[in-house]
Design a protein around this ligand. Structure first.
Ligand SMILES: *Cc1c(COP(=O)(O)O)cnc(C)c1O
Length: 229
């Protein structure tokens, strides 16, 4: 049972490696975040058994249940919108927060992480298309947020994350992926020394190859691994 997961994972890793090589990057530079929203636990367990090392969750409550049975050493990334009143529970559960997009959430994470006695990774989520329907900081808000996070001793600012508008053709997302990389490269020299903007979390099932060609270091994949939701 769930043999398809192992097959899907192998195929996915092959496609990731080929995309990396097209961009003259090494396959080891790109990590997979397996997105588990609505996926039954046996299938998540099968993915972890097959070698998945990072799980991405959109909801604090779902993660709470999953952590209770998934006693395996995996990393948990929060990839959904986070409300500051859930920051306490979230800090206990997650190792990294990919959707940090406002001052209030930076400060809530720092406060809770200090109380819990933990250091968590943060990514600033950028809304490059300025879509009103989407969360994420505008590009000019990114540096102030990075500086704020850099001053928080229980946060490690690791990079940027984006979700481009939905397109049926992955090529149309390319300018947004390139845009996130360019923003990272522009900010890197002016960021505080302890905020190393190395990571670019971008690309999902429909467009991860393009994202890798444009510099993604983390791809967030649900459907291509677990099947349609
Ligand atoms: C659901 C989700 C994904 C994965 O989407 P797929 O198209 O199923 O690969 C990636 N990132 C975020 C933020 C998501 O909510």
């Amino acid at each position: 049972m769930d043999a398809d997961i192992q097959e899907n994972l192998e195929r996915l890793r092959e496609r990731m490696a080929r995309a990396a090589h097209r961009a003259r990057r090494s396959a080891g530079e790109v990590r997979l975040v397996a997105v588990t929203k609505t996926v039954p636990q046996e299938r998540i367990a099968a993915a972890v058994d097959a070698g998945v090392e990072i799980l991405g969750e959109n909801y604090v409550q779902e993660a709470e249940k999953k952590r209770a049975w998934c006693g395996r050493p995996v990393q948990w990334h929060m990839i959904g919108h986070l409300q500051s009143n859930k920051a306490r529970a979230a800090v206990v559960l997650f190792d990294a927060f990919e959707t940090v997009d406002r001052e209030k959430i930076v400060l809530a994470l720092q406060r809770q992480a200090r109380e819990v006695g933990k250091t968590v990774e943060v990514f600033i989520q950028v809304n490059l298309a300025a879509e009103a329907s989407k969360t994420g900081a505008s590009p000019d808000q990114v540096l102030p947020l990075v500086r704020l996070a850099a001053g928080c001793d229980h946060l490690r600012c690791r990079g940027l994350m984006t979700m481009p508008p939905f397109f049926d053709q992955p090529e149309k997302a390319r300018p947004f992926f390139a845009g996130l990389r360019e923003l990272r490269d522009r900010l890197r020299p002016v960021c505080p020394p302890n905020a190393v903007l190395e990571e670019l979390s971008m690309g999902m099932s429909g467009d991860f190859e393009v994202a890798i060609e444009e510099g993604a270091t983390l791809v967030r994949i649900g459907t291509a691994l677990f099947g349609a939701r």
